[in-house]
Design a binder for this molecule. Structure first.
Ligand SMILES: [Zn+2]
Length: 86
């Protein structure tokens, strides 16, 4: 299990307190810096290496449906990655 530094998805602060879980067992937080409440970005369980591999294939072939079949990764997940790293 990798311990990650929790940061607010809204303001980027790491001054968070855990605030229970969602129904999908995602960690929720309360940010002490700005007072916001939120849910941490879900961890889909892909390593950075695998993510990079999938994204590279995505740029080469550019068919999300094909990637979905090849890698068994939901195309919504890949689409979300693409938005974050153009
Ligand atoms: Zn905040």
């Amino acid at each position: 299990m990798i311990t990650k530094t929790l940061t607010s998805t809204r303001c980027g602060s790491s001054k968070l307190t855990r605030n229970g879980k969602t129904k999908a067992d995602k960690q929720k937080f309360h940010c002490q810096a700005c007072g916001c409440y939120g849910t941490l970005a879900p961890d889909y369980g892909y390593s950075e290496g695998r993510k990079a591999e999938i994204l590279r294939a995505c740029h080469e072939r550019s068919s999300l449906r094909r990637l979905e079949r090849t890698f068994g990764v939901a195309r919504q997940t890949v689409a979300a990655w693409l938005k974050k790293s153009p």
